[in-house]
Design a protein around this ligand. Structure first.
Ligand SMILES: Cc1cc2nc3c(=O)[nH]c(=O)nc-3n(C[C@H](O)[C@H](O)[C@H](O)COP(=O)(O)OP(=O)(O)OC[C@H]3O[C@@H](n4cnc5c(N)ncnc54)[C@H](O)[C@@H]3O)c2cc1C
Length: 276
């Protein structure tokens, strides 16, 4: 983030932090309303992640808003040395709701897990700006992965909203009658790497280029829609709990229940069914 900011400023980009878009007037130019004035622009790129779903009702069912939750331990470089976790490499597992972790230069472990709080109707819940309500679950994962850290103090936990798309893939498109408002989101909580690809796609789209980025199958808008509420919310919780039971069984060398395996498949299969 800081590197991108530095390069953008060198290129003459003006950055206005803490300036929320409160409305968008379509047209040529587009008007971006903010609390203190309106910015006019020939072309606009919206890269608002989970916040897209509430701001623009046409996207409400294209993503489910699901938290990713994290903890960070106190510094224990001695223990990291002991277990050989010193490279700073980021690791994630292959679960539907991933675990991820890495060690920091000052000797801490940061560990997180996706797929915890689900927001009814895509609402931005106050909890997304608070410590994680899943601290206990994170601490259990920390102790399972790194028994040496089982009793190490956790200094902070936090969480935030992710934009889980039906397919788990991001999607891009153009959304105004004037052809000048572009968007990209749906990174499904794994966007740090893929949003570089998203940047290439959006930069190419906004310049009207015909290139491999603009010929990507990801540029035709949402690749599927979730069912309306309350089905999305209740269904998501049912599937999440089944995934948790299945993974817990697998973690302990037990055979998961058949019903849980079938329910877990919904998380991956919903998109294909929706697209027919
Ligand atoms: C706790 C947590 C841990 C995560 N860990 C990982 C990880 O380890 N690996 C990984 O790949 N991904 C991870 N993710 C997901 C990753 O952060 C996102 O996929 C990625 O940041 C998406 O990039 P983006 O540019 O689309 O959105 P963001 O980086 O979220 O940027 C969107 C921006 O839009 C702004 N915005 C929204 N609405 C408005 C408005 N009305 N006006 C003005 N600005 C607005 C927001 O404030 C935000 O700054 C994690 C997410 C969370 C919450």
């Amino acid at each position: 983030m800081r590197g991108l900011r530095r390069v953008a400023l060198q290129l003459g980009v003006r950055i206005h932090e803490n300036t929320a878009m409160t409305g968008l007037e379509e047209g040529k130019p587009v008007g971006i309303q903010t609390p203190n004035g309106t910015v006019r622009a020939d072309r606009v790129v919206l890269a608002m992640n989970a916040w897209m779903a509430r701001a623009f009702p046409q996207f409400e069912r294209s993503v489910a808003i699901i938290s990713s939750d994290m903890l960070i331990t106190e510094p224990r470089p001695d223990l990291l040395n002991e277990i050989g976790l010193t490279s700073g490499v980021s690791v994630l597992d292959s679960r539907i709701f991933v675990h991820y972790y890495h060690n920091t230069p000052d000797g801490r472990i940061m560990l997180g897990k996706g797929g915890n709080t689900f927001a009814y109707g895509g609402r931005m819940l106050p909890v997304f700006d608070q410590p994680s309500p899943y601290a206990g679950l994170l601490q259990n994962s920390l102790a399972d992965f790194f028994p040496a850290f089982a009793d190490v103090k956790v200094e902070a936990t936090w969480n935030g909203p992710s934009d889980r798309s039906v397919t788990g893939l991001p999607f891009f498109g153009q959304m105004s009658a004037s052809g000048n408002v572009f968007y990209g989101f749906g990174y499904s909580g794994s966007g740090v790497g893929p949003c570089h690809m998203g940047g290439q796609i959006l930069a190419s789209m906004v310049q009207g280029l015909d290139n491999p980025w603009t010929r990507s199958p990801l540029i035709n808008g949402p690749l599927g829609f979730f069912p309306p509420e309350p089905i999305r919310y209740l269904g998501s919780l049912m599937v999440r709990n089944a995934i948790r039971r299945k993974e817990r069984a697998e973690d302990h060398g037990r055979r998961p229940r058949h019903l849980d395996v079938r329910l877990a498949k919904f998380a991956a299969a919903a998109g294909k069914a929706d697209k027919g």
